[in-house]
Design a protein around this ligand. Structure first.
Ligand SMILES: Cc1ncc(COP(=O)(O)O)c(C=O)c1O
Length: 419
């Protein structure tokens, strides 16, 4: 194993003082949790916030709550290209995954297909602000209101971002954030549910109140993982965990047997400085994104909006082969550039049979070609220069404007399907 300076794809490390607060949280009990809840409800302007063991546990609780309000609706409509945790939570909640193809240029739902994909079985639609790029919430809310369908805002990657001045996560009927590794604010793992609806708040409270707190041993394990994450995320050390395949760093998995628990007071302690960390990290990422945008072909940046508070910078390469070449060169040079989800949701082996005969061409294109660039505080000028040099030939290939085009799209094929 060769130790060399290596950037992680994302980084939201804890400092020693945060780790100390985690220990204090462990001893202080629910006081820290209540304080965190008060701060989150005030910052996001919501009625209540509930803290769970992960973002997918948050989504699971939300889905169970919504189902209790509309028991005859069984389908959850999600983008065909998203994090595998999303279908994992839907399956865990005993509901059916329905897919709508994406718009490859925005990574959001394909609006025209979304209209056709909602039916009388649709319980909710889940827009996902991937990489911090705001989904088109106005249109989605309007469409769903007309069809009496809930909107669950998956703001797992978008905490702190805004759309038309409103905090992402609070625009839909209910939303959630992730505090997992690599998210805008992280304490290793965790999720937050927020809503402004009294009816939904009541249903969530009913689902949430029986959930157990993690035991002492599991809190110690989480604490050690958070401490290790903070240490090894540094570029001088990151090549060590990155070389250990059993850590599965950066791998996205479909697993519907994840634990559903509450957040611990130790984790609340680790998050005590969340607001400062969130705002500082966001301004660093904005600056990094602006500098990269100046050197890269803007036509290839997915969801290119100066207002987006990117978690990573999504960049569309010209082909699957080119993406692989860039990722393997970047890996050798420790640049922190990675491909994202390896396939559209309909091709996840455990659930693929449910989508037999359907294709989602834009989601497939994104899975084939998308890479993401790191934007965190450890990225230096010379890293960005090296990234630009690696991606530069694309700008000279005369393919501008075609970065996001799908060879063949058929609305009939790109519809929805169930799991
Ligand atoms: C878009 C999206 N939704 C949901 C989740 C689930 O969050 P967690 O990892 O905290 O379970 C993730 C996590 O990566 C995500 O990226």
């Amino acid at each position: 194993m060769r130790i060399r300076r290596t950037l992680s794809p994302t980084a939201s490390p804890l400092c020693p003082a945060d780790l100390w607060r985690g220990l204090k949280g462990f001893l202080a009990g629910e006081k820290y949790l209540r304080r965190l809840e008060e701060e989150i409800t005030e910052y996001f302007g919501v009625r209540r916030a509930w803290f769970t063991s992960s973002g997918k546990a948050a989504l699971y609780v939300i889905l169970r709550a919504l189902r209790s309000l509309k028991p005859d609706r069984t389908q959850v409509l999600i983008p065909a290209y998203t994090c595998f945790s999303v279908p994992s939570a839907i399956v865990r909640a005993g509901l059916e995954v329905a897919l709508c193809d994406v718009d490859a240029s925005s990574l959001d739902f394909d609006e025209a297909l979304l209209q056709k994909s909602i039916n009388e079985k649709t319980l909710c639609v889940v827009p996902n602000h991937l990489f911090g790029i705001p989904s088109a919430m106005g249109g989605i809310m309007e469409l769903c209101r007309d069809r009496d369908v809930f909107v669950v805002e998956d703001a797992a990657q978008a905490m702190g971002g805004r759309c038309d001045g409103r905090p992402l996560g609070t625009i839909g009927d209910v939303g959630f954030f992730s505090l997992g590794r690599g998210k805008p604010v992280s304490c290793g793992s965790g999720g937050i549910i927020v809503t402004t609806s009294d009816v939904i708040a009541g249903a969530i409270e009913r689902e949430f109140s029986p959930l157990p707190f993690p035991g002492g041993a599991s809190q110690v394990g989480e604490y050690l993982k958070a401490a290790a994450m903070s240490l090894f995320i540094h570029p001088l050390l990151y090549s060590l965990p990155a070389a250990l395949p059993f850590l599965h760093l950066g791998r996205t998995v479909f697993d519907s047997r994840f634990p559903v628990m509450r957040f611990s007071s130790m984790q609340a302690g680790l998050c005590m400085t969340w607001r400062r960390r969130l705002e500082t990290a966001m301004s660093v990422r904005r600056r990094q994104a602006a500098m990269l945008r100046r050197t890269l072909d803007a036509a290839r940046i997915a969801g290119d909006r100066s207002s987006a508070s990117y978690l990573r910078l999504p960049f569309m390469t010209e082909s699957r082969e080119r993406r692989q070449m860039i990722c393997s060169t970047a890996k050798k040079r420790g640049l922190g550039i990675t491909g994202m989800y390896p396939s559209p949701i309909n091709e996840i082996p455990r659930i693929a049979h449910r989508f037999a005969g359907l294709t989602f061409p834009a989601a497939r294109l994104v899975a084939d070609r998308l890479i993401t660039l790191p934007l965190h505080r450890y990225v230096r000028d010379r890293d960005r220069d090296e990234m630009a040099r690696l991606l530069e030939p694309l700008q000279c290939a005369g393919v501008q404007g075609r970065a996001f085009s799908v060879g063949m799209t058929s609305p009939g094929m790109a519809g929805r399907e169930r799991v």
